[in-house]
Design a protein around this ligand. Structure first.
Ligand code: ZN
Length: 185
């Protein structure tokens, strides 16, 4: 097991389109080890998710787990999932807005509106086809993670540029009213 180095905004790997993972790769001990390392890295930094390009590997693979998280209190939980080659379908165009953060954009939060219900088709870490329906906060988490596979960051999708703030200012000026900003619209 190893904690991987996280690429920060400005590193070109975060802006590349990632390549699909082959069946042969999924079955390799090397990729399985890499998945374990990604999970360990996500836990180490209190991330809700981590995409392979964030740890310098441009392949279509993300890990997600939402438990009690000090960086995102009071959110619905989801167990550990490994998403390989995810394909996303929007089930509801209505959006929810959440203050997103990203391990590759440390110290900042930004308000982003995303469709609030999606379906994901993907392969799990055994290469088995699976489907997952996500709503509300989890829908946002997954869209954020899968954006990384297309070279996109949440700052590309801000509601407006005045809603990109430092974490300390977020806690001071925005968090007290955060409920007002987590609206359906
Ligand atoms: Zn991110």
């Amino acid at each position: 097991m190893a904690i991987l180095k996280v690429a920060r905004m400005g590193h070109p790997i975060l802006r590349r389109e990632a390549a699909p993972v082959t069946e042969k790769e999924i079955k390799s001990a090397e990729l399985q080890q890499f998945i374990d390392d990604m999970i360990e890295t996500m836990h180490e930094y209190d991330g809700l998710g981590l995409a392979a390009p964030q740890v310098h590997r441009p392949i279509r693979l993300s890990v997600v787990e939402v438990q009690d998280n000090p960086r995102y209190p009071n959110k619905e939980h989801v167990g550990l999932h490994v998403f390989i080659n995810p394909v996303l379908t929007i089930l509801n165009k209505a959006t929810n807005s959440y203050w997103e953060g990203c391990l590759s954009v440390p110290g900042l939060r930004g308000l982003v509106a995303r469709p609030n219900k999606i379906k994901v088709k993907y392969l799990d870490r055994d290469g088995k086809a699976a489907e997952f329906i996500a709503e509300n906060f989890l829908s946002t988490v997954l869209q954020h993670e899968f954006d990384h596979l297309d070279g996109k960051l949440y700052i590309d999708r801000l509601v407006d540029s005045t809603k990109l703030v430092f974490e300390q200012e977020f806690e001071r000026y925005w968090l007290p009213n955060a409920e007002d900003t987590e609206l359906d619209d």
